[in-house]
Ligand binder design. Structure first.
Ligand SMILES: O=C(O)CCCC[C@@H]1SC[C@@H]2NC(=O)N[C@@H]21
Length: 184
């Protein structure tokens, strides 16, 4: 990683991954109150490919765009109302989730499918679900049991698969472009 974080290369990469996140939100199964989407796959890829700093910046840019009304959340939702709605906890957790995945990835001696998958599960599943379910319980006025039933259980199997796929894709990208690998 170059010393200056906000150079043109990093800004372009951050914008690209924010755009990918917007696309990931449109590939969805519209469950209520929380859809199944490819957003978690992109969140995981952002952390392990861009690293902690640029990755978190990319997610913050995405959230800022949503807050200003860009229709880039799942199903084309956007604006402060959508951001602070029932699924807001997941979305607002993404900068931290990406930062955690990036932090771990940058410090790994060697990157393998198994350790990347572990980082993806910690940041992209555990942390995201903790924030998302807590927020859902509060905003939608659901009890904890119902919030877990509706906000976590339907996604676990798919998100574990996404964690493995994100690891394989990350290793492929790093193999093709070794200079992209974020390191501390
Ligand atoms: O409104 C949005 O755009 C956010 C939707 C959040 C979907 C969450 S992210 C974690 C879990 N995995 C999924 O596939 N869907 C939920």
């Amino acid at each position: 990683m170059s010393k200056r974080v906000l150079n043109v290369r990093n800004m372009v990469l951050a914008a690209m991954f924010a755009a990918l996140l917007a696309i990931g939100g449109q590939i969805r199964i519209p469950l209520e109150p929380v859809p199944i989407t490819l957003q978690t796959l992109v969140v995981m890829l952002t952390g392990s490919i861009l690293g902690a700093q640029i990755g978190a910046i990319s997610m913050m840019v995405f959230i800022l765009l949503v807050a200003f009304g860009a229709p880039i959340l799942s199903g084309g939702a956007g604006g402060l109302g959508a951001l602070l709605g029932p699924t807001g906890g997941y979305v607002l957790s993404w900068p931290l989730a990406v930062w955690v995945i990036g932090w771990l990835t940058e410090r790994a001696q060697q990157l393998r499918v198994w350790n990347l998958t572990l980082y993806h599960l910690l940041g992209g599943v555990l942390l995201v679900y903790a924030a998302g379910v807590t927020w859902l319980a509060y905003v939608a006025g659901l009890g904890w049991k119902v919030a877990v039933l509706q906000g976590a259980l339907p996604f676990i199997a798919g998100d574990v698969v996404k964690a493995v796929v994100a690891s394989i894709v990350t290793l492929g990208v790093i193999r093709a472009y070794p200079a992209i690998r974020p390191r501390k």
